[in-house]
Design a protein around this ligand. Structure first.
Ligand code: NAP
Length: 291
């Protein structure tokens, strides 16, 4: 089967070019420069790379960018004080706390402290609640990126069976909610799988659109996918040196790409879209504060 590669890198570039123009006209009409602040606690190398690319993208698009780096052993009050300071800083419109946090910190505690109007990751209960009610304000960046990938690739979801594997608050749960909501993209019949799902291969094989966010390298094999389906791979993993040290996803791309009608690569699929949607949410936050 001829498969269609869903090229997240070029869709993201296109979106960022149009965002850059929107940011420029917002700056001209309000005199305000949208600003993103990222909080990084600890020295996880993957998180440091993600934070760096978020900062670079903000600056490239004409926004302010700042990063607060706290040590691995930062206390709860140090982290909360940082968030409170950013809540009050009028140059900062969007706040993102890079996850995961070191194990002595409770992520919910920190997310709850972010002012909901600045919560560009869409994880605060107020924003998650709005999303669940079908009145989204900030859609979490990765699910928002997946919707854009589907739209840009003209993959319709209405009436389709979407299977989401993984139920995290960051990806699985919100994308399941969005795609089961009224309107396109949405109007799908959604099955949400997790580690306790029985006969998972049977469920994934019934998907018209399969979205995988589980954090298990190459977990989805060709015999778990229906021929002609669309496969969206959210996972991102560094391969061991023996396998070339490159990146791979939660899907066995080489095998699955032979039978899927459309598939996202890793890298170059969902990842770049997450950054584009973070930029989109930061501009939205500035617009909400200065309308
Ligand atoms: N590309 C991007 O921009 C981007 C953004 C975010 C995340 N990611 C990547 O996406 C992956 C998932 O991240 P996340 O934060 O969504 O996940 P997470 O918080 O680690 O949660 C993983 C989910 O997968 C489920 N799961 C784990 N093993 C499973 C299995 N064998 N069968 C079925 N379900 C299984 C877990 O089930 P239980 O709930 O039952 O434990 C859980 O719901 C990671 O590789 C992460 O690095 C990429």
């Amino acid at each position: 089967m001829m498969n269609k590669l869903i090229d997240g890198s070029s869709i993201s570039r296109y979106m960022q070019a149009s965002l850059s123009q929107e940011i420029e006209s917002f700056k001209q009409s309000t005199g305000v420069t949208p600003g993103l602040a990222v909080v990084l606690v600890g020295d996880d190398p993957a998180s440091a790379v993600y934070v760096k690319s978020k900062g670079k993208a903000s600056v490239k698009l004409g926004m302010h960018s700042s990063t607060v780096v706290l040590p691995q052993n930062a206390s709860r009050s140090e982290v909360l004080n940082t968030v409170h300071r950013l809540n009050e800083n009028t140059d900062v419109h969007g706040i993102l706390v890079q996850l995961p946090l070191p194990s002595h910190l409770d992520a919910n505690d920190v997310i709850d402290a972010i002012r909901p109007e600045k919560d560009v990751d869409g994880l605060h209960p107020a924003n998650a609640g709005l999303l669940a009610l079908g009145r989204p304000r900030f859609v979490p960046c990765t699910p928002a990126g997946i919707l854009e990938l589907l739209k840009s690739s003209d993959i319709k979801t209405s009436g389709k069976h979407v299977v989401v594997v993984g139920r995290s608050n960051l990806v699985g749960r919100p994308i399941a909610t969005l795609l089961s909501s009224k309107g396109e993209p949405g109007d799908a019949t959604v099955t949400l799988c997790h580690s306790r799902t029985k006969e998972i291969a049977e469920v994934t094989r019934s998907a018209d659109i399969l979205i995988v966010a589980i954090g298990q390298p190459k977990f989805i094999k060709a015999d778990m996918v229906r021929e002609g389906s669309t496969v969206i791979d959210v996972g991102i993993h560094r391969l061991p040196e023996s396998e070339g040290s490159g990146l791979c996803g939660d899907v066995d791309f080489e095998a699955v790409s032979k039978i899927a009608a459309a598939i996202t690569p890793v890298p170059g699929g969902v990842g770049p879209m997450t950054i584009a949607m973070l930029m989109h949410n930061t501009l939205l936050a500035a617009k909400l504060l200065h309308r």
